[in-house]
Design a protein around this ligand. Structure first.
Ligand code: GCB
Length: 673
């Protein structure tokens, strides 16, 4: 190798390494390689965080965008966690957190800086905090969520790592924190992959960052890690409280009380720190009409925690859903976790209240919090407002069913979601997946998630949103559209010939112009869940599919389909309630036109009318959460002038302006169903 001129230090390094390598040196001398770091995993979920002594680490954090990953320890250019500072003015340092840009925590980074709008990669977050000498207490660093992978360093040392967005995690830092100033650094990476949960392609924005609250939580030396409170028998009003505690001796007594009712129950912790109290209390039930909540106090040693809970039961009986033993129809709406009238991710209780209030204004009693766990504020706000909730993890579309780390990521997410929100009376359904095509590995993967979920919490229902429409059923529907098209007349010669051909091919099975169809959900996953949830897009995608399939224009097919929908009955092979977890159509707010023009408010409203007629006449259908309350950000939706990277199926636009379909659904929800 020939190098002309004076050698830069970088070249000296490169040459040293190259010569070293050729002389048989080890690979780790490579200055461009990152150091292999063994991170510890997050602690088991620390629950009831709002009832604990804590200091907020929210606010402005310094950030360095690092698309090439140079900040990792060991890297020649970076090694950010050591946060070197120039002191003599002669040190070569190519980064400086003290002058770096600032971003707000909580919040995603994509919506806080235009340059980061589409960004999917690494960003380093940095801040300091002061700590005093800890006095017989423990300190935990708690994150509401970090999307999607977080590597955490405290005072330059690796603290731990958590992979999987949307769920809380924490690390005990008692022995690592120093009195005085501490430096906290988190490398967040929001890129997704074929093996992550969710995978790379989602119809929502993969917002990255420290999206939720960050807290320093202080607990006594011996503390209660989590508690689960549930009404286990409605008639006798029997309540069960399970406690998981850390550090106490076996035989330590603990106490559960409901001060408002003057009820107190003692219990004893076992050698694992676990304890259970079962007792009765004359509670009024929580319901959508009367969302009664009680304070529950749990005490052990120096620990005293409070939780606000409602007591209710949820179950299914045949094809009915029963809330407190009474049949209820789920008049719902789907949402994404984006605030109304603001950009980015919804992270605060005001944001949650804004979304839920809009759902209430719509006349809904139920909200599908799609497609991932929302902040803890959501279920708390729903508890207060008397709204029922569907909570979900992002097992979405094409998950890598056979990959072990994918499964453990999904299990970790589900576990953390359930253990965080199992005291929320609003949450009635845990959903393990959305639109996952059938395969044996998929069944095994989801069976594990369903079993986990039931083992953690048997007091709620389990579901999954299934994928709609088999090829055979679609072919059958096309024959009906052909029969109707021909009977209506007014077709051109091309359409007439195509429709005649379709009917001829159907032979004896060709329907009449007034025929009807049963769409039967037969996904075997339906056997494993309590509620058969089903996403269907009659009136929207399916018409486009039928047009592709037949060669007939959508101008002809859409009106035919709209008319035919009232003659479709949705059923399931299993004798369980069906919930229509999605239907919808896109419309740009303010875009007006005829009923047959796509993207108009009128067309969307027509789809809603036809859907409501169809679903109302399908007796097995016990609920619906149309797609969706509000337009939301989506990289899949580039159509300029209409979508502009928004999915436009909202009943409102991103600023809360209501489209015509809002009123259609609102009117239906005000009626008896
Ligand atoms: C679906 C998906 C949802 C999409 C929606 C749509 O079936 O579950 O995530 O956003 O359709 O608008 O296509």
């Amino acid at each position: 190798m020939k190098v002309d001129g004076p050698l830069s230090p970088l070249w000296v390094l490169v040459l040293t390494v190259l010569m070293g390598v050729s002389a048989g040196a080890q690979e780790e001398e490579n200055p461009f390689a990152d150091q292999e770091i063994e991170f510890t995993s997050a602690d088991t979920l620390l629950g009831l965080v709002d009832s604990r002594a804590s200091m907020s680490l929210n606010g402005p954090w310094r950030v360095i965008v690092d698309p090439m990953g140079v900040g990792h320890p060991g890297s020649f250019f970076g090694g950010f966690p050591r946060n070197k500072k120039a002191s003599s003015g002669m040190e070569l340092i190519e980064y400086d957190f003290s002058t770096a840009q600032q971003l707000r925590v909580p919040g995603d980074f994509n919506s806080q800086d235009d340059r980061l709008f589409f960004y999917q990669g690494g960003i380093w977050y940095f801040r300091t905090f002061e700590s005093e000498q800890l006095n017989d207490t423990k300190l935990h660093l708690w994150f509401g969520a970090a999307n999607f992978d977080a590597q955490i360093y405290l005072n330059g040392e690796p603290l731990g790592r958590h992979t999987g967005g949307y769920v809380p995690f924490s690390f005990e830092i008692t022995d690592k924190v120093r009195s005085g100033t501490n430096e906290l650094m988190v490398r967040i990476d929001n890129s997704l992959s074929a093996t992550s949960v969710p995978t790379k392609r989602t119809d929502w924005w993969p917002y990255g960052g420290l999206t939720r609250d960050v807290l320093l939580v202080e607990t006594p030396q011996n503390y209660i890690r989590n508690a689960k409170i549930a009404l286990i028998d409605r008639d006798s009003k029997t309540i069960r409280v399970d406690i998981w505690a850390v550090g106490f001796d076996a035989g330590t007594s603990a106490k559960v009380s409901l001060p408002e009712l003057d009820v107190t129950q003692n219990l004893v912790l076992d050698e694992n720190g676990n304890g259970t109290a079962v007792f009765t209390a004359p509670v009024d039930l929580w319901s959508t009409d009367s969302p009664r909540l009680y304070d529950i106090v749990i005490e052990a040693g120096k620990e005293r925690l409070e939780e606000r809970v409602g007591f209710r039961t949820i179950e299914t009986k045949g094809q009915a859903i029963l809330l407190n033993g009474e049949e209820i129809k789920l008049k719902g709406i789907s949402t994404h976790e984006e605030p109304i009238g603001d950009a980015g991710v919804a992270y605060s209780d005001e944001h949650a209240l804004g979304l839920l209030s809009a759902a209430k204004d719509l006349g809904a009693n139920f909200v599908r919090a799609a497609h991932y766990p929302y902040s803890r504020h959501m279920a708390k706000a729903a508890d207060e407002l008397g709204l029922l909730l569907w909570a979900e993890i992002p097992v979405y579309w094409n998950i890598d069913w056979e990959n072990e780390s994918t499964l453990s990521e999904a299990r970790n997410m589900m576990g953390r979601l359930v253990e965080r929100d199992w005291n929320r009376s609003s949450v009635i359904i845990w959903s393990v997946a959305n639109e996952t095509p059938y395969s044996e590995p998929r069944m095994a993967f989801l069976r594990t998630l369903i079993d986990d979920t039931r083992a953690l919490d048997s007091t709620r229902l389990v579901s999954a949103a299934l994928l709609g429409g088999s090829r055979e059923k679609f072919a059958e529907i096309i024959t009906h559209l052909a029969a109707r098209g021909l009977a209506n007349g007014g077709l051109g010669p091309k359409e007439t010939a195509i429709f005649q051909g379709i009917l001829k091919q159907a032979g004896d099975a060709a329907p009449t112009a007034s025929g009807s169809v049963d769409v039967v959900i037969d996904d075997p996953l339906a056997e494993l869940v309590d509620i058969v949830a089903y996403n269907e897009y009659f009136g929207w995608y399916y018409s486009a599919l039928f047009a592709d399939e037949t060669g007939i224009g959508e101008d002809v097919l859409r009106p035919l389909m709209m008319d035919f929908m009232k003659d479709i009955t949705i059923k399931a092979k299993v004798d369980k309630p069906i919930h229509i977890s999605e239907f919808g159509a896109g419309a740009k707010y303010g875009r007006k036109g005829g009923e047959v023009l796509i993207w108009t408010e009128e067309y969307q409203a027509e789809v809603y009318r036809a859907q409501i007629e169809m679903l109302r006449a399908s007796p097995q259908v016990q609920g619906m959460t149309p797609w969706i309350l509000k337009d939301f950000r989506a990289m899949l939706r580039p159509l300029a002038g209409v979508q502009d990277y928004y999915n436009r199926k909202g009943l409102m636009d991103e600023n809360g302006n209501r489209k015509l379909a809002f009123d259609v659904l609102n009117t239906f929800y005000a009626e008896e169903w």
